[in-house]
Write a protein that binds this ligand. Structure first.
Ligand code: TYD
Length: 207
């Protein structure tokens, strides 16, 4: 089972899922949590290039290709082997982030970004994608309040960019209804964690 977490900045998805992963592990599920870009040493090196605030000259298409390259490396080295061993893999961000950020907000086109990513993923899709939906105005305010979280190159984009990210995610959720579940991330962390737990359990029980 391959589960991906998506959403605009400051949706709290990482904190909510940490709670859920611990709960599922206690119930006896074999589960790993990972993230994109990164998740393996080579993919983390690619992440550093992408998110480095000094790389203001990074070309948008080069950026999109780097995300896809990091994705590919992570799938081959970590995600697919774990799934083969029967584990549940929960990945913080995946292909849909490229569609929303590079395709939608950056304006490269969702179809174009999908094409380069299908090469990277060999056309394999997640079983379940949780969209932690939140108004970016609230999300960005949360980030700014959280002094421990490092601000990255994409956080520095204007509000308009983040509104586009959200809009594209919501379109994708409509287009791929069979794998998407939308979670209202404006709720408290406990409520978000509960809704996340329920969505994952429903999927596990359906299989
Ligand atoms: P990260 O600090 O992991 O953000 P978050 O905690 O919000 O998940 O940084 C990842 C950033 O990269 C985030 O701004 C979203 C962006 N991103 C893309 O633009 N395209 C992608 O394909 C992926 C995976 C992430």
């Amino acid at each position: 089972m391959f589960i991906t977490l998506e959403g605009p900045e400051g949706s709290g998805k990482t904190s909510a899922v940490k709670i859920v992963v611990e709960r599922l592990a206690k119930e006896g599920y074999s589960i790993i949590q990972t993230r994109e870009p990164g998740g393996t040493p080579i993919a983390e090196q690619i992440r550093d290039v992408i998110l480095d605030k000094a790389n203001t000259a990074l070309d948008p298409r080069a950026e999109a290709l780097l995300y896809a390259a990091s994705r590919r490396q992570h799938l081959v080295e970590k995600v697919w082997p774990a799934i083969k061993e029967g584990k549940i893999v929960i990945c913080d961000r995946f292909l849909d982030s490229s569609l929303a950020y590079q395709g939608g907000a950056r304006g490269l086109g969702v179809d174009e970004i999908l094409n380069i990513n299908l090469f990277a993923t060999e056309g394999k899709w997640p079983d379940l994608t949780l969209l932690f939906d939140i108004d970016p105005r609230i999300g960005l305010e949360r980030i700014n309040k959280n002094a421990n979280r490092e601000v990255n190159r994409l956080d520095l984009e204007k509000l308009e960019f983040h509104l586009k990210v959200r809009e594209t995610f919501l379109k994708l959720a409509k287009q791929y209804q069979d794998r998407y579940v939308i979670i209202d991330a404006s709720m408290s962390i406990e409520e978000v964690a509960e809704a996340t737990y329920k969505a994952i359990k429903d999927k596990l029980n359906a299989n």
